[in-house]
Design a binder for this molecule. Structure first.
Ligand SMILES: Cc1ncc(COP(=O)(O)O)c(C=O)c1O
Length: 488
């Protein structure tokens, strides 16, 4: 304990800016203690809190087997071993940056071009956000972020830089659209508290919503950023994981084609290969900035988070194989679409809806009707039931700073078909048990009612009547052991 005392370590190290105290990470702990395994632990917790794309890794494995020259540890690639092992220029391998720029163009349908010299390497998109915050803002400054947003931004953007994230409140009433009114209100709110706003941070496509921002919204953001001289930081980590209409529009398109009046010095993109390729372990992320000074500064920092030259060497070859990349992107989108359709239609069968999504590795599931009451506490009660009884580690909306209780992010691309079917079956089973329970409670309440009005106020601990009241919503699906049933 003493080793963590504020006296020995820095304030930053001993503070809780890492965000691991959030419920988002609690779910992970439950999973870690009892992880589901198809062969060895079918009763364990299924990990649905991990936005990881495991659906198309077979294609990358096959490519790597067919291209032994892309590895410096094979007879075909070993002639490059010394050059790559000694490489330590923090600009990154030129062929890697070229391959990455071409791939980013390909993902955006060839509508924009990217300059390899503006690509700065970082340790994943996580490192990219840390780098950008370092370059763009001082401690105490703020970014505005539309809610709900990816929980680890609190760590990635704030922990080392000391900046704050302030919410731009978005609501389900308009499918969580980001409006100028909400943006202005957040901006003015910050200013009235004397907080300097240095940036707007968006994730497009959104994690957790699984939706894309419209061209109009992006233009509005670029215009606002230009007007107020604040940075526009666009996390486009799911750019290649859009599987249905509407098409993805990158901020690069708005900057380069639509809105020549926008101040490009304020626009920065964070990207990584963690999601679209399912390669989070490679830790390959980048900052693409239109601002020369940011590129120069970020590059000086990149030796803190440069991906290994061996990884760059491999990826340079794969990303430059345009025929493979086109096939991969098309097939990955097809598989993501099929998974999304199967999972969301399976939920619909038991009356559970999701926000209409067309991107990402997850769905934004609407369980508002299951809450005992519309409070964050009730959401967390329901979440505990889902984790401990259904044994599904999903993520509660509160951990994404969603101010409307009852939404949950559920990831479904990080597992095989059979595991996903087991997860769905658990949800079906749970809902059906609750429906039965609900019918029983209703029948019991009816019997009490039939005894006449006096009996309705029987002081029996509120038992059946309390359950009936709690269960009266058509979607109030609670477990016999649920804290929601016991809570009065
Ligand atoms: C929106 C968003 N940005 C960044 C990251 C982190 O990505 P990386 O593994 O490249 O650091 C994630 C991971 O879930 C994410 O969803």
């Amino acid at each position: 304990m003493a080793a963590y005392s504020g006296e020995l370590l820095s304030k930053i190290a001993t503070g809780d800016g890492h965000g691991e105290n959030s419920s988002y990470f609690d779910g992970w702990k439950a999973y870690d203690m009892n992880p589901f395994d198809l062969d060895h632990n079918r009763d364990g917790v299924i990990q649905m809190g991990l936005a990881e794309n495991q659906l198309s890794l077979d294609m990358i494995e096959e490519w790597s087997l067919n291209h032994p020259e892309a590895s410096i540890c094979t007879p075909q690639g070993a002639s490059q071993f010394r050059r790559i092992a000694n490489f330590q220029d923090y600009h990154g391998l030129p062929e890697f940056r070229k391959g990455m720029a071409k791939f980013m163009e390909q993902v955006r349908g060839g509508k924009v071009t990217f300059d390899p010299d503006r690509i700065v390497m970082c340790g994943g998109a996580t490192g990219a956000q840390d780098t950008l915050a370092f370059c763009l803002a001082d401690p105490g400054d703020a970014y505005l972020v539309p809610t709900p947003y990816y929980p680890a931004f609190d760590r990635d953007c704030c922990w080392r830089s000391g900046i704050k994230l302030l919410p731009i409140e978005c609501h389900s009433s308009n499918n969580f659209a980001l409006t100028r009114e909400a943006l202005v209100s957040a901006y003015d709110g910050a200013r009235s508290q004397g907080i300097r706003v240095k940036g707007i941070l968006i994730t497009n496509p959104s994690n957790p919503l699984g939706t894309v921002l419209s061209r109009g919204t992006l233009a509005m953001l670029a215009e606002f950023a230009t007007e107020r001289r604040v940075h526009l930081i666009c996390d486009e980590i799911y750019a290649g994981s859009v599987f249905a209409k509407p098409d993805f529009v990158s901020i690069a398109e708005v900057v380069e084609r639509d809105d020549p009046g926008c101040n490009r010095d304020l626009v920065h993109i964070a990207y990584s290969l963690s999601k679209d390729f399912g390669l989070p372990g490679f830790r390959v992320g980048i900052v693409y900035s239109y601002n020369d000074a940011v590129v120069a500064c970020a590059r000086k920092m990149s030796s803190f988070g440069l991906a290994s030259s061996q990884t760059q060497f491999f990826l340079a070859r794969m990303l430059s194989d345009h025929e493979f990349m086109a096939r991969f992107l098309a097939e990955s989108a097809r598989r993501l679409a099929a998974r999304h359709e199967r999972f969301t239609s399976g939920l619909r069968e038991v009356g559970i809806g999701c926000l209409d999504g067309n991107a990402g590795l997850f769905s934004w599931m609407d369980l508002r009707g299951m809450l005992r009451e519309k409070t964050p506490e009730a959401e967390l009660e329901l979440w505990r039931v889902i984790v401990h009884e259904m044994k599904l580690n999903v993520s509660p909306g509160t951990s994404f700073h969603c101010d409307e209780p009852g939404w949950f992010r559920v990831c479904h691309a990080n597992m095989d078909d059979e595991t996903m079917e087991i997860a769905l079956a658990r949800i079906h089973d749970f809902v059906r048990r609750q429906q039965k329970q609900q019918q029983k409670a209703k029948a019991k309440a009816k019997r009490w009612a039939a005894r006449g009005p006096l009996h309705l106020s029987l002081p029996r601990g509120g038992g059946a009547a309390a359950s009936y009241l709690a269960l009266s919503s058509p979607l109030a699906l609670m477990s016999p052991h649920s804290p929601m049933v016991h809570a009065s």
